[in-house]
Design a protein around this ligand. Sequence first.
Ligand code: C2O
Length: 538
Amino acid sequence: ARVRHYKFNVVMKNVTRLCSSKPIVTVNGEFPGPTLYAREDDTVIVKVVNHVKYNVSIHWHGIRQLRTGWSDGPAYITQCPLQTGQTFSYNFTLTGQRGTLLWHAHILWLRATLHGGIVILPKLGVPYPFPKPHEELVLVLGEWWKSDTEAVINEALKSGLAPNVSDAHTINGHAGPVPSCPSSQARRLSVDGGKTYLLRIINAALNDELFFKIAGHNMTVVEVDATYVKPLETETIVISPGQTTNALVTAGRSTGKYLITASPFMDTLAVAVDNVTATATLHYSGTLASSVTALAVPPPRNATSVADRFTDSLRSLNSKVYPAKVPRGAVDHSLLFTVGLGINPCPTCKAGNGSRAVAAINNVTFVMPTVALLQAHFFNISGVFTEDFPGNPPTVFNYTASPTTGLATTNGTKVYRLAYNATVQLVLQDTGIIVPENHPIHLHGFNFFVVGRGIGNYDAKNDPKRFNLVDPVERNTVGVPSGGWTAIRFRADNPGVWFMHCHLEVHTTWGLKMAFLVDDGKGPNESLLPPPADLPRC
Ligand code: C2O
């Protein structure tokens, strides 16, 4: 194993997209940011220097951070952010993981432009469990906002209303020609006929789940969230913010140009979404300039059946070499968390008529602390958080019917405590309060197995009988269906404080977040390591 050093200078950069320019926060002046490359078992040290006016922290989304929670990155959860002029070296080892992940800013809405890919190759000499591709291509999907994203969210918080949506989706930072800017450049993926390519697809968007398609080409999904899956052939990939998908595509033609699209998936028509599809082209070598591009028709934004078919078909590879280590039998903690929106009073919110949109888990709207939770835990600083996060909804009601009461939520900085190595089953139930909506929930510090999923109210008696405990897909971010539920299982084998939240940034901002506190184990390698000397303290 090697040590890989990276230097991230966080700097402003003027960038032109959609026919207009604005200064954006970048790493090393690049948008999207640089891709980190390493191998399984390597140690990665990223020296981050903050040269911008904002406080910054960087999260390595999906990296387990075994015992190194200090390098996880969410501001005020595992560290205080780097202030202007500060430096911090994130230092972590890639234990038992290989595949595609992403890094992104984990403070304010800075991840709109502060993000990039992470590629973890298998250990030297270890092959992929699928045919070796001719070439590998990283595709970062995102959103472009003509206005300043910090202004967008600040405006929304003041009014109490939902923020504006982005102006176009992007593929590797570019939207392709769109009505508001026909001269916008599309990225070109150059391929040779007869060769197979591995696409490492990352959804780095703030607020939109996406459909991904290539005209005239099926894809074979071989990995999601840096875990191998049984090969799944599909026309359309569904990918939520924070998720990653590796797919093989064979250039099975001899020449031609084929449109690639990234378009929104939002099953609730009541929620506004950026409807501008990003395009790129799959371009065969030897194609005449005059040749016409074959079009891809993206699914409608509310094509829930397309999304469901894809999601329900994913299975862990569960091979001899890569077994699915699903916690089986009775679990130590059986939790039910409702996720959804609410409305709280806000006397100053004029546009919102004296109330503001909020979001909650089990009716708790999480309030960010001013001292990082991990620091408070490690140094026994009292008064920062309480340990009374409810393991079950405080009031039982029909989650999918229209609500009568109970729109207001409780504010608090509450965590749920787990013993080292405890097994957890967590059912995430979407509520129809305000509006049912698909929420991609991300858990830091762990991979989990998605053992079940259904529409309507979770039935604790009958639904578990149908759980897949053999080869469920293993991920770090999972969509909770609109007006439905998703059940996950994981083992609390990583001591520290671990954030869990909706990866739609607007919902995180509104409070759809909480944290698990996992105690140290008794064994020699079962405790949280001490904080690095240069960790920014609060
Ligand atoms: Cu990708 Cu807590 O985030």
